[in-house]
Ligand binder design. Structure first.
Ligand code: IPE
Ligand code: IPE
Ligand code: MG
Length: 256
């Protein structure tokens, strides 16, 4: 905590000059459009979520080839509980099925899985599977797959603030020690670099409470494809476009 507290904010958000080049090491995706994909085919919305799970498999698989080291996927928001009950229970069943079916292969492929979001509201079976896959894959290093379930940026910030307030109340830290680094260390994403690029599918141009703190300097790409239609080629095209962007982090770029 001491060392982190001394880190300057700019060190936390900007890579070292001349560092990673223009590769997006951490890509975060708002996987949107499953419902519309199904509705357009006259299918129940849940079929769109099932098709979306296939897209997850294909996109996860191509990350190592595309130089992506961390992939964060927004699977279920704190606001998504307001959907019809059968959609919510169907999604929860789909998450369990995905973990049951894919954990062994993810592990074989060197994928480390972790989760963002508040777990208390999730069922004990799903929570148990989440804990188990995190433990099983903890030593893997090819790709970090970060899945946000019951995640909301505001909820995450409120939880982190509450924990810091509790530590202050117990006398463990002084109010002056509550700084950017201390807050970041209390977020669900502690230890992960900030996303370089956030992709949202389905043509919507909003962030819907996703990674509010972490995306202070992220680049955004809003693409028209519905998530079940999003292919590894589409993903590669977005990454190629990202590579041509100039990130400034508030600085003046030489020659600019
Ligand atoms: C995204 O697809 C998946 C979740 C939010 C769980 P949607 O279900 O939001 O699809 P649309 O936006 O209704 O088409
Ligand atoms: C954001 O999509 C949440 C996920 C992709 C899990 P939504 O479909 O819930 O967002 P809004 O309601 O269109 O903003
Ligand atoms: Mg949507």
């Amino acid at each position: 905590m001491r060392d982190q507290a001394r880190a300057r904010p700019v060190d936390m958000i900007a890579p070292a000059p001349g560092g990673e080049g223009r590769r997006a090491a951490h890509v975060a995706i708002i996987m949107d459009g499953n419902g519309r994909w199904a509705t357009r085919r006259g299918l129940p919305r849940l079929r769109g979520h099932q098709a979306g799970a296939e897209t997850v498999r294909r996109i996860v698989e191509c990350c190592p080839d595309l130089g992506v080291r961390h992939l964060t996927l927004f699977a279920f928001s704190t606001e998504n509980w307001q959907r019809p009950r059968e959609e919510v229970t169907g999604l929860m069943a789909l998450f369990r099925r995905y973990l049951r079916r894919d954990t062994a292969e993810l592990d074989r492929n060197g994928v480390r899985v972790r989760f963002l979001g508040e777990r208390g509201r999730l069922g004990p079976a799903l929570r148990g599977m989440m804990d188990a896959v995190e433990r099983q894959t903890a030593g893997n290093a090819t790709l970090d797959l970060v899945i946000a379930i019951n995640y909301g940026g505001r909820d995450e910030l409120a939880r982190a603030a509450r924990r810091l307030a509790e530590r202050v109340a117990r006398g463990e830290i002084a109010p002056e020690e509550v700084d950017e680094a201390a807050l970041a260390a209390g977020l669900d994403t502690a230890g992960l670099p900030d996303p370089d690029l956030v992709i949202r599918t389905s043509g919507e141009t909003r962030i819907s409470n996703f990674l509010l703190w972490q995306c202070a300097y992220a680049e955004y790409a809003f693409v028209p494809q519905l998530w079940p239609d999003f292919t590894p080629e589409d993903f590669a095209a977005v990454l190629a476009e990202y590579a041509s962007r100039e990130r400034r982090f508030g600085r003046v770029i030489a020659g600019g």
